[in-house]
Design a protein around this ligand. Structure first.
Ligand code: 2M8
Length: 431
């Protein structure tokens, strides 16, 4: 056990820092990832608010002209160490792409929330460096991209690839991926298996389909108007984060004296929260993903379906709490919050997003518990996260039954978010 609990977390974040951003893990993930950077900044604000600002500034500066924030900003010196890399995406051939090399896909929109939390950690330093003035227009353009290019009549944003959910091999994606021809499963490069056990990672068959879908999106110009795309889904966590980030944009706009915009962001947040109702699955007691093509709700309980609890006005809060504390997620009786229903035949305690407990989703659920009058339960998650992270080398994820580390170690958002939970819920520092 680390004597000063902050020391281990700071060591991980120092080791993974690359001049203006933090890699998720030096070996497995050698580039800058979008929602990782936002989570990491939320932890970095306790160490150096200025560095947390830089983390977000560097990601926002990789924004495309159409407003999208890319899933990955590549370090081309590490092209051989991660697949698919900058040579696969060839973003330099897209007129709307920035000067740096990026992926064309996106990840969940947690950025405005992170910008607000980083500002709030040191408002004077933020004002001195005009952090909000710089970030606000970029965040507005990002959300406008989601509304204009990714939303349908339901009012929810759609993802076009499992990677865009951040929960790559969630059982939500099983049926849509099963409908894609298996021929794509052969010969996929797997540099990830140099750094993590194959039984902790997605399968080769899944990787084949990931690469097929990514190549198809790239070859359609990343233009979101591919009516025949085989993968088009609405995900609850993605949309809950969008709504929560609209709430944060309202605070940012008010801080900048733009009261009309603040009202508009508040209205957007309410509209997305209301639209989430279409993802409620009454038999499962949680939200689920919807396949836009077939209109089918995907019949699985996953942690994504609990994330809307972080919205103060969300319907079904009591049912979500019951699902979280019941047999399916067993809050308080297993490590953190499993990524998938403990009782489902598809549950796997080691394999990535099909069962293991992750620190970012535990953080999101703790936010939800604090929002809904359950501070003791939020504190229990903080205690658990801190102990599991510090005792196990800051693992990417853990087995919910044993707490044993899974995936890679020295993982940045594990360090950042366990530090944030520690500072807020254990030391009782700023919210
Ligand atoms: C994982 O996803 C990447 C692809 O984006 C991968 O498996 O290579 C996910 O856990 C995702 O949520 C995360 O952002 C990324 C980097 O930590 O790794």
């Amino acid at each position: 056990m680390t004597a000063d609990p902050r020391v281990g977390a700071i060591r991980v974040l120092e080791a993974n820092w690359r001049r203006s951003y933090t890699v998720p893990a030096g070996g497995l993930y050698p580039h800058q990832w979008s929602w990782d950077s936002a989570f990491i900044a939320i932890g970095l604000r306790h160490i150096s608010p200025r560095r947390a600002q830089l983390e977000l500034d560097s990601l926002l500066s990789a924004q495309w002209a159409d407003g999208r924030l890319p899933q990955i900003v590549f370090n081309r010196e590490r092209d051989d160490d991660y697949s698919p890399g900058g040579d696969f995406w060839r973003s330099e051939t897209f007129s709307e792409a920035p000067d740096v090399s990026t992926a064309g896909l996106v990840q969940p929109p947690n950025h405005a929330l992170a910008v607000w939390m980083v500002h709030d950690a040191d408002p004077d330093e933020s004002r001195r460096r005009r952090f909000l003035e710089r970030a606000y227009p970029r965040l507005v353009a990002w959300h406008a991209y989601l509304r204009g290019r990714r939303s349908g009549t339901s009012g929810l944003a759609r993802i076009v690839h499992p990677w865009e959910s951040g929960m790559d091999n969630s059982p939500y994606w099983d049926a849509p991926l099963a409908a894609i021809d298996d021929d794509y499963a052969e010969d996929v490069p797997r540099p990830d298996l140099q750094h993590a056990d194959a039984s902790h990672r997605p399968s080769n068959a899944e990787y084949g389909k990931y690469l097929y879908l990514a190549a198809r999106y790239r070859d359609h110009g990343c233009d979101d108007s591919d009516d025949a795309t085989p993968f088009l889904l609405e995900d609850p966590a993605f949309n809950a984060l969008w709504a929560r980030s609209e709430q944060a944009l309202a605070l940012i706009a008010a801080q900048l004296g733009r009261d009309d915009s603040a009202l508009a962001h508040g209205a957007n947040a309410e509209a997305i929260s209301s639209a989430l109702e279409s993802l409620w699955h009454p038999d499962f007691g949680c939200f689920v993903a919807r396949d836009v093509r077939s209109d089918d709700l995907q019949p699985f309980r996953t942690v994504s379906g609990l994330v809307p609890l972080m919205l103060d006005g969300i319907g079904h809060a009591d049912e979500l709490l019951a699902t979280l504390t019941g047999d399916h997620f067993a809050l308080g009786r297993v490590a953190l919050v499993p990524s998938h229903d403990l009782t489902a035949p598809t549950f796997d305690s080691s394999r990535y997003w099909r069962g293991p407990s992750w620190f970012n989703t535990a953080w999101l659920v703790a936010e939800g518990l604090a929002t809904h009058g359950q501070p003791l339960r939020a504190r229990a998650i903080a205690d658990d996260a801190w102990r599991l992270a510090a005792d196990n080398g800051f693992p990417e994820y853990v087995d919910p039954h044993t707490g044993d580390p899974r995936g890679t170690l020295d993982f940045s958002w594990t360090a950042a978010l366990s530090l944030d939970l520690h500072e807020r819920f254990i030391r009782g520092e700023r919210p």
